[in-house]
Design a protein around this ligand. Sequence first.
Ligand code: FRU
Length: 521
Amino acid sequence: MSAFLDAARPETPPAATTRFRPAIHFTARDTWLNDPNGLVFHDGLYHLFFQNNPYGNVWGNMSWGHATSAELLHWTEHPVAIACDEAEDIFSGSVVVDHGNTSGFGTAESPALVAIYTSAFKAASEHSGTQAQSLAYSTDAGMTWQKYDGNPVLTRNSANFRDPKVFRYQGDQGAYWVMVAVEAHHQKVVLYRSDDLKSWDFLSDFGPANADAGDWECPDLFPLAVDGDPAHLKWVLIVNVNPGAVAGGSGGQYFVGQFDGDRFVPDAGSLAAPAGVSSLDASAAAAALQQCLWLDWGRDCYASVSFSNAPNGRRIIIGWMNNWDYANELPTHPWRSSMTLARELRLATVNGSARLVQQAVLPAGPSADEPVILAKDLVMADTELRLPAAVPGTAQVIDADIVPGAARQLEFRLFGGNDPESGTFLRYDMAAAELVLDRRNSGSTGFHEKFASVETVPVCLEDGALNLRIVVDHCSVEVFAQGGKVVLTDLVFPDQECRENRLAVRGGPATLRTLSSWTRR
Ligand code: FRU
């Protein structure tokens, strides 16, 4: 077993060499992964650590896998960074660059990377049955890690205290470390502070609020400038919830508010249910759930957290592209599960309130083909337009800016085959003003009873137009609508020969201001 952990791991083989392997989404070579962990930029590289089972392709033996990338699109997998042992599983957490050598693990000239992770203690441990926060550090730029011998550094004697995200806070009283973590079963985010990452003092807690029907997991807290104005900062608190997300099962919600170095206070406008939707009756709860703020309205975006130390003040998140409802059953082998694309976040004023806007990080590069312009100022009524078919080994990006006008419905059919009923359908319905992603008839859905699904999200036209960026990889569809104000991510496992894409306009004329398609590998 340990020989396996020590072995240098070869690069992930290219897409399409194994069924459904994505072209531009990270997968582990031949094992299971879940949450992104310890996202950090250091010395010119983005590090993606991740919940990994080094011994199999279902959840278990939780350890931190490791991959790096210079551009957030293509990743190289490295040996397991922090491995489970008889005493503990290594659950989710974060990594900071300890610039001031506050921990003493590095030097001022050569700062250590410090991982703050959850020890999920097992029977062999004196802490058995509890989850507590522990440290590991690296003095070789993240390639090898030492566990701190004073672990755990923070315990509440709780069975569900986990997922620490640590950041450096600079306030009027000076700088210190802040940890946001969760008491998962109590739907609480708990905040602590430290000067050296080793000794922690309680600050405050937050929750339950909004979506609280399941565990709260993997929180994050960071400031962003509203509409790019550095004088107008707001804080975003991400709280992942499982189950009880808007599309069912696991998903990520967020709150916008203020953080004063001690306490997070949400804006009234980001509280759809101040005491939590579970305090409401069923119909009020369903309505409130729609009003909560969601990072993603699809089934498959969970545990999203942001990079620390990202250059130029960028705030970039990655999510786990899966859902605990069926995660262990996905029909892939030997790998199972992938990450979403990296997504850059901004805060923009939407209908008077600050809301997250997300852009897929799709850096230009030699393997990006020139966009094919399929339509420009083209009026279409009750017809279909054929788009380039998917090419194995590449992901496809479809960009559309459409004025639906008098049309009743726009419908993209992705992964289409001979049977006109089959495919993944992305529809915009004018009367309902809703974007709908329907994967019920797209290839393999029977591996779990909860997989076949239809996701629906309200989307208002802007100046009469619908703007879409659709990123289609071998087993996923990510939709960024209205410049990224609404995001929708679903896995799909289409039949191998189903590669056709079409756009249909129904019930009247629509104007395709622009429609283009390009590939990325
Ligand atoms: C979220 C989660 C975390 C936990 C990890 C264990 O998906 O349940 O709360 O740390 O996965 O793998």
